[in-house]
Design a protein. Structure first.
Length: 387
């Protein structure tokens, strides 16, 4: 089972916790910043925390997706900042899932060591202003020219965009027929015709920066194509959300753990007496955190295993149920009057609510789809079971 952590993963979690206690938690200014401080980011690279999921051959930690889940939880639990955890995680997924997963040997050698060392920061550019990431409405295009491609369009809502050195840009490369074709391109920040915009003022999940791109006759060589041409949406964009959701459970579990620890500290300092209903909610809240941790580790193990796991989608669905249930329990705890108002508690709660609410509409449609498929399957079994 994924919860049977190896000694190496336990050591990684301890290392990430020590780093977060030393370098992140003391920074009380993070919630006022719009971009991750580069001194923290570079120290993460020096400590091997930006490439935990990458193979050792690319200067990574060799711990795969389970390492990302374990380190992400520790960084947020002991660093007390979910925004930094979000930027860290997106960098991990771009490196591990996209560049390692779809890159050719030359692309891997060119980018992965720098990403592991903190010299290159990654971001994925799919969403566009006003239309999001819906394939029917995406306008950014890449046209073949002079042995390469020219990209034109605009991207928005890029996590890490303002600080990124490498963008995975998804663009239309084929029109007509039943389905449009999309390709992904590895585009460096200094590519001619590429303009980085932002950071956007979101008011939450600081200091994770979000911004956009403008591509005006941005030329990239043919070697910039990542993965199979015309297949990027099906092979990269659609699975990306599931990978991100699964691995984000680690940092979210860390944030919930920190929130609980801070709550308990405030109760003890205030010498408040908890009534039995509130004490019961505390026990339930701790149980929800532990369940989410199990899901986080198991989901990461499923991602690492290339076999088919029909439980994976249900695991993601269950995690969202735990987020909602945990939110209800937390509201009751805060209404118990056991603690006074606290800036850090308010910030953590705001960031947790924002992050766990992302993609909820898409998740709802997936749950409906699962339910309808179950009903259809039931009718089929009813028919064949009749005498």
């Amino acid at each position: 089972m994924a919860t049977a952590l190896t000694e190496g993963l336990r050591e990684l979690g301890d290392k990430a916790a020590r780093f977060a206690q030393r370098e992140v938690a003391p920074r009380k200014d993070l919630d006022a910043l719009q971009v991750v401080p580069m001194e923290i980011w570079h120290k993460m690279g020096e400590q091997g925390l930006l490439g935990v999921g990458l193979p050792v051959s690319y200067h990574g930690g060799g711990q795969g997706y389970p390492g990302v889940a374990v380190a992400g939880e520790a960084l947020v639990a002991w660093g007390h900042n979910l925004g930094l955890g979000l930027s860290w995680l997106i960098h991990q997924v771009v490196a591990r899932f996209l560049v390692l997963g779809f890159g050719n040997p030359g692309q891997r050698e060119a980018f992965l060591p720098g990403m592991a060392r903190g010299e290159l920061t990654g971001s994925i550019a799919v969403s566009e202003p006003g239309t999001g990431a819906h394939p029917k409405f995406m306008k950014t295009r890449a046209l073949a020219r002079d042995g390469g491609y020219v990209l034109n369009g605009e991207k928005a809502y890029l996590t890490n965009g303002p600080m990124a050195d490498l963008f995975v840009v998804v663009a239309v490369t084929r029109e007509g027929g039943d389905r449009r074709g999309f390709s992904a391109f590895l585009v460096p920040r200094d590519a001619p015709g590429l303009e980085v915009t932002g950071p956007m003022e979101l008011g939450f999940l600081r200091p994770s920066p979000h911004g956009g791109l403008r591509l005006r006759d941005c030329y990239v060589p043919a070697s910039a194509v990542l993965g199979e041409q015309h297949a990027a949406y099906e092979e990269m964009v659609k699975p990306f959300r599931g990978v991100e959701d699964a691995l984000m459970m680690g940092p979210i579990a860390g944030a919930l753990s920190r929130r609980l620890a801070l709550f308990l500290t405030l109760v003890r300092e205030g010498e408040s007496r908890l009534e039995d209903p509130a004490a019961e909610d505390l026990g339930l809240y701790q149980g929800l955190i532990h369940c989410l941790r199990v899901l986080a580790y198991e989901g990461a193990a499923m991602l690492e295993d290339t076999g088919r796991h029909p439980e994976f989608l249900s695991l993601l669905t269950a995690s969202r149920f735990l987020y909602k249930r945990g939110g209800s329990v937390w509201e009751r705890l805060m209404q118990s009057g056991a603690v006074e108002e606290c800036v850090e508690l308010d910030r953590l709660s705001r960031d947790i609510d924002r992050l766990t609410g992302i993609g909820e509409n898409v998740a709802r449609y997936k749950r409906i789809k699962i339910g309808r498929e179950l009903l259809a399957r039931g009718k089929y079994h009813d028919k064949i079971s009749q005498p």
